[in-house]
Design a protein around this ligand. Structure first.
Ligand code: NAD
Length: 476
């Protein structure tokens, strides 16, 4: 939560926007057009639950329609309010522009603690909320396409898709009305893990540039880097898992709602996640030391800090004590505008949210395209690709049978090379490519444009430039 004495989340986003836009030569009119949120719809609806009528409040905010459909998650949390959804919708506009996903920005939220309701009740509530949005085209394959966010996942997206299909029985593209659905309801392989996977790819790309790594006062590769993660939900869990399993990082701290776990030798992420699912928290986990005031772990020494829970957790109250030289914002808005300045002045390198967590919307884009094309990626070409590879393998095997040449295929090469790319491999390749290119676009501006001091400013400049070009092309 943002401390009361600091600007609100939306004001923070605007302040960061203003800092960047000062370096662009935009007309004041266009600047204001891009900054403001186009519309926010508030809905209050009643659902009969446990013998009485309960009223819920939800929002769907559309920040920019320079491209349609607009896109952005639906969040279930008691902290949801208009300011928050508007800030998140604005971030979606810039995020989509940065990773070249052809969408405007939107976001939705329902003021609810999902843990207070059982599955059947949540389905009723979700369907009713979806009904309110669908009948106003605020959920629609060509106008507004939600996705999961905090407190929602595949299950809620499947209910929303089904609700839309029931209300639009002749819409052949109905599955494209929402992304993040389960595979058997029109989802795409790799979507659940996509945002965490994107965080991993973002860090891998950062470490491919030694000059950037040096600015963060670090050296070498990801191997052996000490990581602290806040939030072991969808994004935090996958990021922590992939970084520890594949890149050799050591997750030395995990912060959750009920406290933190610390272990200098590295935490077994899957074991901790299993413990959380069983007990509802991290307390009682035997693979590390429990710390009641988990947020204190944000201030511990580490190489990479990954806030992956909620906004405003690094603020004027703790910014000066943050020791991590590199922060990657897996959550949206985890650093307030004031804290951002304190950290920048200290030399902390921040990989900004609009880039760091863009893996989710990138794979959502692939899912939307899959739904509109009504075919699984790789279905047409996979076996043809394998056939061509077989030709080459046959030829190599023929040559390696020639004892005079003395050739031998390396162990495992044949199996690896023969395997054609299925949907998951293609999704990962598309995501990796997107994260690499977006980082390179940002760093070109970071190092190449006068007055640009940091990656966040660079990210805003790339995005705003693209949104402005799009508005200009429309004659605005
Ligand atoms: P989630 O609900 O799956 O997980 C959030 C986790 O944070 C939970 O484990 C929760 O217990 C924990 N948490 C909540 N309050 C906390 C606190 N005060 N301290 C420590 N931990 C706390 O949500 P998610 O989908 O992983 O989203 C997390 C962040 O990532 C949000 O900012 C969201 O907007 C952003 N994001 C998510 C996606 C996505 O695809 N899910 C995409 C882009 C950005």
């Amino acid at each position: 939560m943002i401390p009361k004495n600091e600007p609100s989340f939306r004001q923070s986003v605007d302040m960061m926007f203003n800092r960047a836009v000062a370096l662009l030569d935009l007309s004041p009119g266009l600047e204001q057009k891009i900054r403001v949120c186009n519309s926010t719809y508030t809905v209050r609806f009643g659902v009969r639950l446990r013998g009485q009528l309960t009223t819920f409040t939800g929002y769907r905010s559309v920040h920019s329609e320079h491209m349609e459909p607009v896109k952005g998650g639906i969040r279930y949390s008691l902290g949801v309010n208009q300011d928050e959804v508007e800030a998140l919708a604005a971030l979606m506009t810039y995020k989509c522009a940065l990773v070249e996903a052809p969408f405007g920005g939107s976001k939705g939220g329902l003021c609810i603690d999902p843990r207070e309701w059982n599955e059947q009740e949540l389905e009723l509530i979700t369907r009713r909320f979806a009904y309110e949005l669908i009948k106003r085209d605020l959920i629609h394959p060509s106008q507004n396409v939600p996705a999961p966010d905090m407190g929602t996942g595949e299950r809620e997206m499947a209910w929303i898709a089904d609700q839309y299909a029931r209300m639009n029985t002749t819409d052949i593209n109905s599955r494209a009305c929402v992304t993040g659905k389960p595979l058997n309801a029109g989802g795409i392989a790799g979507r659940v893990e996509a945002t965490g996977r994107g965080v991993q790819y973002a860090l891998q790309e950062f470490f491919r540039h030694p000059e950037d790594v040096k600015i963060a006062n670090l050296a070498g590769t990801l191997d052996g880097k000490r990581v602290i993660v806040q939030g072991l939900g969808n994004v935090g869990y996958h990021a922590a898992l992939f970084l520890s399993e594949m890149d050799g990082c050591k997750v030395i701290g995990v912060i959750e709602r009920d406290g933190g776990i610390q272990n200098a030798d590295g935490i077994d992420i899957d074991a901790l996640r299993d413990h959380m699912i069983r007990t509802g928290g991290v307390a009682g986990f035997t693979g590390g030391t429990f710390i009641k005031d988990g947020a204190k772990l944000l201030e511990e020494a580490c190489d990479i800090l990954i806030p992956a829970a909620l906004e405003g957790v690094i603020n004027m109250g703790n910014a000066a004590r943050i020791k991590a030289p590199l922060i990657i914002e897996a959550a949206n808005g985890p650093i307030t505008a004031g804290a951002d300045e304190v950290l920048r002045n200290k030399g902390t390198v921040i990989i900004p949210d609009m880039y760091a967590n863009a893996g989710g919307v990138t794979v959502s884009y692939f899912e939307w395209v899959k739904n509109l094309s009504h075919i699984r990626f790789g279905r047409m070409q996979r076996r043809q690709e394998e056939g061509r590879h077989q030709l080459l393998i046959d030829e190599l095997e023929r040559l390696s049978n020639d004892k005079q040449l003395g050739w031998e295929l390396s162990p495992g090469f044949k199996e690896q090379y023969l395997r054609g790319a299925g949907e998951l491999e293609l999704v990962r390749s598309g995501l990796d490519d997107t994260m690499r290119i977006a980082y390179q676009n940002m760093r070109e501006v970071w190092h190449g444009k006068e007055g640009v001091t940091d990656l966040r400013m660079a990210a805003y400049l790339v995005s705003i430039g693209r949104v402005a070009a799009s508005y200009r092309a429309k004659g605005l």
